[in-house]
Design a protein around this ligand. Structure first.
Ligand SMILES: [Zn+2]
Length: 200
């Protein structure tokens, strides 16, 4: 696994900036002097999907967070974006990201996965890469970081939808094998696989 590092630049909303006005009343980004750093080491890893937008490159969400539609960026970020064998790191591991929609931003590392279809299914290769990224994070921060979904937060967002109870899709493979699964079962199975490793 090769991680491409492309950190969000200083001075953008995703790194702690805020909208304000300049003396002429024009909207600008203020408070951009410093990214937010974690007060204490993160305790969880939160998994997301960039959805429902299959087929994007890993750099596409990065570019949106960084630039938005007006070059100023948007207040969204995560530490990693995964698609198949590609990984891009968008924030250093000591910085707070804007992905969880709740206070978990301040104690978590966020990983976005680009799905292989609009239902949000992760490709086998993406899942293998995700596992390596999780191992990397645990090696860097600590082996006890637990795995959660965006869904597990206060908003119960449908993220990553295919691996939540909000997905009622049955895949072709499941139909073929006569083992239709619920989104929650898929998550339990995915989590078992991702957690099945030995610390270095
Ligand atoms: Zn999410």
């Amino acid at each position: 696994m090769k991680i491409t590092q492309k950190h969000l630049s200083l001075g953008k909303l995703a790194r702690g900036g805020e909208y304000g006005k300049d003396t002429a009343g024009k909207t600008i980004i203020i408070n951009t002097h410093k990214p937010w750093e974690f007060d204490k080491p993160p305790v969880r890893i939160i998994i997301h999907w960039i959805g429902p937008y299959p087929g994007q490159a890993v750099s596409t969400p990065w570019n949106w967070w960084e630039n938005g539609s007006d070059g100023g960026g948007v207040r969204a970020s995560a530490h990693f974006i995964v698609k198949d064998a590609d990984v891009i790191q968008c924030l250093p591991l000591n910085e707070v990201g804007w992905h969880a929609g709740d206070s978990r931003n301040f104690d978590s590392i966020g990983i976005e996965v680009i799905p292989m279809n609009i239902e949000g299914e992760f490709s086998k290769l993406s899942i293998d890469t995700l596992k390596l990224v999780i191992q990397h994070i645990r090696n860097e921060i600590g082996n006890n970081l637990k795995l959660e979904r965006h869904f597990d937060g206060v908003q119960e967002k449908d993220c990553p939808r295919f691996y939540t109870p909000l997905s009622d899709m049955v895949t072709r493979e499941e139909q073929y094998n006569h083992v239709p699964m619920q989104g929650q079962e898929r998550w339990e199975k995915l989590k078992l696989f991702l957690n099945d490793w030995k610390p270095e």
